[in-house]
Design a protein around this ligand. Structure first.
Ligand code: NAD
Length: 482
């Protein structure tokens, strides 16, 4: 057997799924089976939740210093194994190795280190009632929590949930994406070696409708932290709502990238190449609708198209590949469907639009050209639905009011980018854009202390910094009369 067979990590031990059934997981750059993952269901989730519940008694009483030290040790171990993690992430997702090595894996380590230290500074409030008494707030961990993550930034987003949950004293049952499960499996081994007590972190693999749903529906799971598609988020919210369960939902986006004529053109152009096509456009924060102020529309179109045409789509293991493969055959077909739809809706493909056939080991991989489309209005489906691939549209605008109206005219509201050197306009736009995150003259610049999340159909709640630690704790007010 050339591929790995993964196991569930429950109570510090690796288990086969109760069903004894496995799902195939592919390396999308080669089209070959990369691993087989447990097809888990209710029985596996029950076993994991039971272990987490047992471990909670002692983990919730462990001091924040000790919990923090363990998380920092895990961060160190991820860094010590950077190359192995990066290779696994690239083979699982098809993303360029350079991206895994410099972004995905370092960020996973940073998540553990950040929350390992943050918990040691996390304080609660007191409210004095002059002459009468005092209130103080205790912040207690919730118990067993479920963390469900997507395939686009597998270890990065899985750890972004697990680290604050553990830091705050919860025990976790995690369900990584079945499309990209390998680095989560490696993380389980690392946590065991780091000395994380048994049952504190459990990782159950499997499909969303089986393993994910069983986790959401388990009555002993007190909260669900979910990142993924809006429709899945809606289903999870419905079930969790009926059970009065706390949820944090990080969902899809259709982010505007707004370019004014007075911007620093060169910096904007270089960054827009990244915000359009980095990770093959499979980042929830990618700016897929590019609005360009009319006076620079033609210049932008010419230079952006020329530079996009030159981007190297190649073997993700080649250091100089800017784009690797899309994550799966299904996903490639979905993105190609939208390119066809764009043409039916009257759009013109300026560059790209087709699958790429590579030679050598990647002949069967699911690669696609970076694609630019113009001539569509903001209301058409291609500009309203999330494509989540290397496809952007260009839309000219005349005035600030017009572009604000178009930028906000979508069901989503995750992030927005504004390019201008007019300071007043930058503040004015930032205030009026309907988005959880606004970047001015930059993109994807992240400070882990800031609130992260979306408005409208892009989500409910915020991750990051104190927001995450507040989500994973329950405040209790104690009132004492003098
Ligand atoms: P998805 O919704 O298909 O799956 C996400 C996770 O949910 C997977 O682990 C899946 O197994 C699980 N799942 C699926 N159905 C479930 C169910 N009924 N009950 C419980 N769990 C279930 O999303 P995806 O295709 O893996 O990821 C792409 C989506 O994620 C895009 O829409 C993207 O915008 C979004 N995303 C959002 C953010 C953010 O921070 N807002 C970040 C990354 C990705």
């Amino acid at each position: 057997m050339a591929f790995k067979q993964l196991k569930n990590f429950i109570n510090g031990t690796f288990y086969e799924p109760h069903s004894k059934e496995y799902l195939n997981n592919f390396n999308p750059a080669t089209g070959e089976i990369y691993s087989q993952i447990p097809s888990s269901g209710i029985d596996d989730i029950n076993q994991a939740v039971k272990a987490a519940k047992m471990a909670f008694r002692s983990w919730s009483q462990t001091s924040p210093e000790k919990r923090g030290r363990l998380l920092i040790r895990i961060a160190d171990m991820i860094e010590q194994n950077l190359d192995a993690f990066a290779l696994a992430e690239t083979e699982d997702t098809g993303k360029p190795i350079q991206l895994s090595r410099t972004v995905d894996i370092p960020r996973a380590a940073a998540n553990f280190r950040f929350f390992g230290t943050a918990i040691q500074h996390f304080a609660s409030e007191s409210h004095a009632m002059v002459g009468q008494g005092i209130n103080y707030t205790l912040r207690k961990p919730l118990g067993v929590v479920g963390c469900i993550s997507p395939w686009n930034l597998p270890l990065y987003l899985f750890t972004w949930k697990i680290a604050p949950a553990l830091a705050a004293g919860n025990c976790v049952v995690g369900k990584p994406s079945e499309v990209t499960p390998v680095t989560a499996f490696m993380l389980a081994e690392m946590c065991k070696n780091a000395g994380l007590p048994n049952g504190v972190l459990n990782i159950v693999h499997g499909s969303g409708p089986k393993a994910g749903q069983a986790l959401v529906e388990h009555s002993d799971v007190k909260a669900i932290s979910f990142t993924g598609g809006t429709q899945t988020g809606r289903e999870i919210a419905q079930k969790a709502g009926q059970m009065l369960k706390k949820v944090s939902l990080e969902l899809g986006g259709k982010n505007p990238n707004i370019i004014f004529a007075d911007c620093d053109f060169d910096k904007m152009l270089t960054t827009t190449l990244r915000s359009s096509f980095r990770n093959q456009g499979q980042i929830c924060l990618c700016g897929s609708r590019i609005f360009i102020e009319r006076p620079i529309y033609e210049r932008f179109k010419t230079e952006f198209t020329a530079k996009t045409f030159m981007l190297k789509v190649g073997d993700p293991l080649d250091e100089d590949s800017f784009m690797g493969s899309l994550v799966s055959e299904n996903h490639l077909n979905k993105v190609l469907y939208y390119v066809n739809l764009a043409q039916e809706e009257g759009g013109k493909v300026l560059t790209g639009g087709k699958p790429v056939r590579l030679r050598g080991r990647c002949t069967k991989g699911w690669f696609m050209e970076p694609t630019i489309i113009e001539g569509l209005d903001n209301e058409c489906r291609v500009n309203q639905e999330e494509i989540f691939g290397p496809v952007v549209t260009l839309i000219p605008f005349e005035t600030e009011e017009e572009v604000l109206q178009m930028a906000n005219d979508t069901e989503y509201g995750l992030s927005a980018t504004v390019w201008t050197n007019d300071l007043t306009r930058a503040h004015r736009m930032s205030e009026q854009l309907e988005a959880g995150i606004v970047w001015v003259n930059t993109w994807m610049k992240r400070d882990l202390r800031t609130p992260f999340g979306g408005v409208k159909n892009s989500g409910v709640g915020r991750e990051g910094g104190w927001e995450a630690l507040r989500f994973f704790t329950e405040p209790k007010n104690v009132c004492i009369e003098y």
